[in-house]
Design a binder for this molecule. Structure first.
Ligand code: SF4
Length: 428
């Protein structure tokens, strides 16, 4: 496929690929990693990890690429003596929070983030959060969630955080007009672009979760329709549904096709006329298509192998195969939400090898045998695979970079094209 037809002319494949479930050794970051992008999004929030030195190192190194004068995350490291008695641990947490809030009066929302040392699991962080919330109300709200590597992979940290926020959202008034809620942390620039498009489409009010400031919690209720920005928000979606909100089924907004399908799903749910929709999106979609075209020479016909990491893999694979004409060798994902991803799955080749979960050695064997042109994987696998001669892309970069929406479509393609171009230069 060399040129993209308007998205309305796309017809999904008749049958979504079969999912092969794998169990075994896995290699994925834990949910604490999400703090690195979440703390930039909610500008007056603070993330206090209750954890070990390992947790502190993980966050420091994951965030190490960014220099902050006043970072809005920290780790309260549990020492041996803290563990002697649980009552002491409660006091210790209270003391740390007290000190932190004294030093940082700008903090309005504090997350206590659990981790995996067994001593931390024994602490009742929800009780600690409720106690501290009462003590510091109304200036600071304290919530808790887990980022433990036993329970979460790196993108699930965001899911847990948003699921913890959902019960705190104010109830929409009984006679509230229908509203749209976009769920999932997006870079501010992307959020602003979407807000402008919703405005042109006449979809109002359109709000975003997470919000930029703690005081701006969006209201929710039966008149709220929500649109997921990421495929990894299972618990957050469930928590919003428990508040009466309804999910709009859509593709994820990656690439020109994905963004059009995502916006169109909202437009249809809000009764926007097709002509109005076309007029509103046409200029930005044309820019996206032109930007994608400039990367096609590098990517078209190349093969790609996804190791399971971010849960974004099926949506990214849909983008690469349909919009960039890449060949999908295998698409692995740590967890597949069949309902949330239904629209993307229907657009994947029906004979694709799609795996859920991980059996690392088996997958490495298949990857080596297939010799793909590009491997998308976690940091831990990238270096050894590069040493073996593979060209890799770190999947975590796809979370740190603005990639959703029309204006970012070219950047998304570039993230995959660059390693291939770099390898080609090295080989010359
Ligand atoms: S939460 Fe668990 S997996 Fe994550 S850094 Fe801490 S100890 Fe390691």
């Amino acid at each position: 496929m060399n040129a993209l037809a308007p998205a309305s002319h796309f017809s999904p494949a008749s049958k979504a690929p079969t999912v092969v479930e794998e169990r075994g050794q896995r290699q994925v970051f834990c949910g604490l990693t999400s703090i690195v992008w979440l703390h930039r999004k909610i500008q007056d929030a603070f993330f206090l990890v209750i954890g070990s030195r390992t947790c502190a190192h993980l966050i420091q190194s994951a965030a190490g690429v960014m220099i902050f004068a006043e970072p809005r995350f920290a780790t309260a490291i549990l020492e041996e003596r803290d563990l002697a008695g649980m009552a002491d641990v409660d006091d210790e947490i209270d003391r740390v929070v007290e000190r932190l809030l004294e030093r940082r009066p700008d903090v309005k929302l504090l997350f206590l983030v659990g981790s995996c040392p067994s001593e931390v699991i024994k602490i009742d962080l929800s009780r600690a959060a409720a106690r501290l919330s009462r003590r510091h109300s109304p200036d600071v709200r304290v919530l808790n969630y887990t980022g433990s590597g036993v329970e979460t992979t790196f993108t699930q940290g965001e899911d847990m955080c948003l699921a913890a926020l959902a019960p705190c959202l104010p109830a929409e008034p009984a006679n509230a007009q229908r509203s749209l809620l976009v769920v999932g942390a997006l870079a501010d620039v992307v959020e602003d672009q979407f807000a402008r498009l919703f405005d042109v489409l006449g979809i109002a009010p359109a709000r975003f979760l997470p919000m930029r400031r703690a005081a701006d919690l969006p209201p929710v209720g039966p008149n709220t329709s929500f649109l997921l920005a990421h495929p990894f928000l299972r618990d957050a979606a469930r928590a919003l549904e428990e508040r009466g909100a309804k999910r709009i089924d859509a593709c994820f907004p990656l690439g020109a096709e994905g963004t059009t399908a995502w916006l169109r799903a909202a437009a249809e749910a809000f009764g926007v006329a097709p002509e109005k929709f076309e007029a509103a999106v046409a200029p930005a979609r044309a820019r996206a298509l032109a930007a994608l075209e400039s990367r096609r020479a590098t990517l078209a016909g190349k093969s790609v192998f996804f190791f399971p990491d971010s849960q974004m893999e099926p949506a990214l694979a849909r983008f690469l195969s349909r919009e960039m004409s890449m060949r999908l060798v295998e698409v692995g994902t740590p967890y597949l939400h069949r309902q949330h991803l239904a629209q993307d799955l229907a657009l994947l080749p029906p004979d694709l090898r799609l795996t859920e979960g991980q059996s690392l050695d088996d997958q490495l064997d298949r990857c080596r045998a297939a010799k793909p042109d590009l491997v998308v994987c976690g940091l831990g696998l990238a270096n050894p695979l590069e040493a073996e001669g593979f060209t890799t892309k770190w999947s975590i970069e796809l979370l740190f970079s603005p990639i959703q929406g029309y204006e970012q479509a070219g950047d998304l393609a570039a993230l995959f094209a660059r390693p291939i171009e770099r390898r080609a230069r090295l080989e010359v």
